[in-house]
Every structure is written in C-alpha cells, then in structure tokens.
Design a protein around this ligand. Structure first.
Ligand code: ZN
Length: 254
C-alpha cells in the first residue's frame, strides 16, 4: 500500500499534540476518489475508506481511531471519548478531553481547524465552511474549551488547507453574513466582477477576537481547488469529489 500522505501541524507537534491534515494521495480508493478518500457520501466503498483510515493512522503514528460525526454546516458540538467511530449525530465541532482520544472532520474546500490546549488536555476539530464561519463556529469551540479549563493564552489553532480567495467566489448573502461575523472581515473579501472570500483569514480574525495569541495560530495556505494533485475539491469536482480528513488527538498519557 502506498504511504498515506498528510501535513503535520508543526505548531501542535511542538506542544506534544498530534494534529494532521490528509492529502488526497497515498490511499487505495479508485478514481474518481483516488486515492486517499475519507468521505462515504459520494459513493466510494466503505472498505476502501476504512483501509485509508488504517493507512493514515499508521503513517501518522496515531494510536486511536478518530471520532467523526454527521457534518451539516451548523455549530453543534459533540464531546467524544473512548474508541473512535462514526457518530450519526449532527455536529461540526468534535471535542475531547480524555487521554488517547482523537477527533476529526472531513473537508473538500471547507476549512478544517484543529484546536488544542495542551496543558488542559482539550482538543477540538472544527468544520468551518462559509456558513459555519458566518455563524462564528470557531468561537463556539473556543468558548466550550474555556468552559472546560482551557486558557486563552495556552490555546493553539492549526488551520488546514481550504479553498483559497483565488477560487472561492460567493454570493451577496454569503458576503454580508461573513462581514458581520467579525471585525475586519470586510478586508478578507475581494470585489471584482465577483466577490471572493478568504475563509482562512476570516477565521484567523475570529480566533484573535476570541482571545488567541496570533503566534499561536498556524495557517496552511494552499488552495484545494487550485491543486488537484494534492486535494479533493467540491467546487472543482462536485459529486465526484472525495474528502480530506483533519485529525487532532489528546496524548496517550499525561
Ligand atoms: Zn484557488
């Protein structure tokens, strides 16, 4: 089997937290889901998706299967513990504060955000598309972490690859909603004959607004739609698009 490819968050790694963003290759799924697909919805076989998950865990040295949920572009949160599985509940924030627990979100253009307070032992995976971003989903995640013992100054955030401002054309309604989501968001929109949005930058502003230190925010800028060799993209490939997986795990022991 080809070696599963992924990006490791150096910021989280430096603080003893495993946080990874899968790339599209190094898995076993056949075209059009070639080859490291984690999304069951478009029609790939569960067997291939499971093999991809095992391959990714081995390559990234993850010791526990990640929890996943039914993502619906809203702001619901699911606390996870124990052995990872696919939950039927709807949630776009998955959070854990028990040792040896991994949580994950699936993306293909939407922004994956991995959060951690290494000292409090809390991690979260957030699925932030434009709707979630307009609703300030990452703020909900930060608030929940603070309520459970995390501290502003300890919080770390790793933002994975997503659709870039080069390709992310949005309508007027989406633009208005994003502008309202945080101060300065208007500067993250580019107006030409269309409106293009910088989803990652808007979420960076929301994180700073939520109290995170700028030096604790890592952004992996690579447009998923521009790079078919590395990423699945829903905008580019529609129903033929696979999904990347973003995973963050609490340490095996403290
Ligand atoms: Zn692009």
């Amino acid at each position: 089997m080809a070696k599963a490819r992924f990006i490791r968050s150096q910021l989280l790694d430096r603080h003893g937290i495993t946080g990874i963003f899968s790339l599209r290759n190094g898995g076993v799924s056949p075209p059009p889901f070639d080859s490291q697909n984690f999304g069951p919805d478009p029609g790939d076989s569960d067997r291939f998706i499971e093999q991809n998950l095992v391959g990714l865990m081995q390559s990234a040295a993850l010791t526990c299967l990640p929890h996943q949920a039914n993502q619906v572009h809203k702001t619901a949160l699911l606390w996870c513990s124990g052995k990872g599985k696919m939950h039927s509940q709807q949630a776009d924030i998955l959070m854990a504060n028990r040792n040896n627990t991994a949580v994950a979100v699936r993306v293909a253009d939407c922004l994956p955000i991995l959060l951690a307070d290494p000292e409090a032992g809390i991690v979260a995976a957030v699925h932030a598309g434009w709707r979630g971003s307009a609703a300030g989903i990452v703020r909900y995640a930060v608030e929940a972490m603070l309520k459970h013992g995390a501290q502003h100054e300890k919080l770390l955030a790793a933002l994975g690859p997503c659709i870039g401002p080069c390709c992310f054309a949005i309508g007027n309604d989406a633009a208005e909603a994003l502008i309202k989501s945080t101060a300065g968001a208007n500067d993250c929109l580019i107006h030409t004959s269309e409106i293009h949005a910088d989803l990652a930058e808007i979420n960076v502003l929301q994180l700073i607004d939520a109290g995170l230190n700028k030096s604790h925010i890592e952004v992996h800028k690579a447009c998923t739609a521009c790079h078919p060799e590395d990423f699945f993209s829903f905008r580019r490939d529609g129903n033929q698009s696979g999904r990347q997986l973003a995973v963050v795990a609490t340490p095996p022991t403290t």
